[in-house]
Design a protein around this ligand. Structure first.
Ligand code: ATP
Ligand code: MG
Length: 294
């Protein structure tokens, strides 16, 4: 149920980093123009992409890898990164994703010398909530909501127009991760998923959204950074909560989302409404009119 890309259609470039069981490269996709084909000649346009390569040593999880690709192919939203398709190159499976210029949110926040303003943070939170509300309506689960998986098409720091985010793919589904890898994802992974990764549902994305709000409030700090795996496990076992951020409004949303009972977490539709209301009531967090480009 996803578009097949031929290996001749992609060019692999610079190595960008390591994902979970994947290698990430910059690359180029040659996109044929249909109109030109109709006109009897062929031309192609080069699009900058990211190649997420699942190596030949991980063919046992290629089905799970395709599950992620198929979820991403079912979505079309301005705040979700576009997946062009999947390429099978010899024994490797490759997800071909839109290249998002300003890279991941965690790195961007940590790079800043002066703290990012509350309106900036609210805009990011609102855009993320709108993307997740869209997935909720389609009953689709992302599975790994975190600032590392949020990319910026516009950083909105020095430039006009504020930030513009794109939620990236979640990578390999947690159902095929080891117990240790799941525990390592505390506090992003929902508590019910550490108990049993097949508990993965839309409710788990609400928890992940809460943790992501925490990261945004703390300018890209890593929650539970110095904790060992056993300490992380104990954190959930004792139903602990992360420190409450100063930003009162986002803190309240965060705590709602990080409720241990998955049934008591709010709907993303309600979260989007709450953020709108907060902006209306608080002129200081409302972006200037020129920034409302979306
Ligand atoms: P996987 O999803 O397979 O686990 P990953 O997406 O988690 O992989 P990341 O650590 O998020 O891997 O990405 C590695 C690096 O690649 C990031 O730090 C970022 O710089 C870059 N990157 C990933 N996706 C994109 C993208 N769509 N556009 C631009 N850069 C990207
Ligand atoms: Mg990722």
């Amino acid at each position: 149920s996803f578009h097949r890309i031929l290996k001749e259609e992609i060019l692999q470039g610079e190595h960008l980093g390591l994902g979970t069981r994947t290698n990430i490269y910059a690359g180029v996709l040659k996109v044929k123009s249909a109109e030109d084909e109709d006109a009897g000649y062929s031309s192609s346009q080069d699009v900058k992409v990211v190649l997420k390569v699942l190596g030949s040593g991980h063919r046992d999880i290629s089905l799970a890898f395709f599950e992620t690709a198929s979820m991403m192919r079912q979505v079309s939203h301005k705040h979700i990164a576009l997946l062009y398709g999947v390429c099978v190159r010899h024994l490797e499976n490759i997800m071909v994703e839109e290249f998002v210029q300003f890279g991941p949110l965690d790195l961007l926040m940590r790079r800043q010398h002066s703290p990012l303003g509350t309106p900036w943070k609210f805009q990011v939170a609102k855009q993320l909530a709108s993307a997740l509300s869209y997935l909720e309506d389609k009953k689709l689960v992302h599975g790994f909501v975190c600032t590392k998986n949020i990319l910026l098409a516009r950083d909105g720091v020095d430039s006009e127009g504020g930030p513009f985010i794109k939620l990236s793919d979640p990578g390999i589904p947690i159902t095929v991760l080891t117990r240790e890898e799941c525990v390592d994802r505390i506090p992003w992974i929902a508590p019910e998923c550490v108990k049993d990764s097949t508990n993965l549902s839309v409710a788990a994305d609400k928890w992940g959204f809460g943790t992501t709000l925490w990261e945004i409030c703390y300018d890209g700090e890593v929650p539970l950074k110095d904790k060992k795996l056993t300490e992380k496990e104990r954190f959930y076992a004792a139903e602990c909560q992360l420190a409450t951020p100063d930003c009162k409004e986002l803190a309240e949303l965060m705590t709602h989302c990080m409720t241990y009972d998955p049934h008591k977490r709010p709907f993303f539709r309600a979260i989007v409404r709450d953020i709108d209301t907060l902006e209306e009531q608080n002129p200081s967090i409302k972006p200037a009119p020129s920034q409302e480009v979306d």
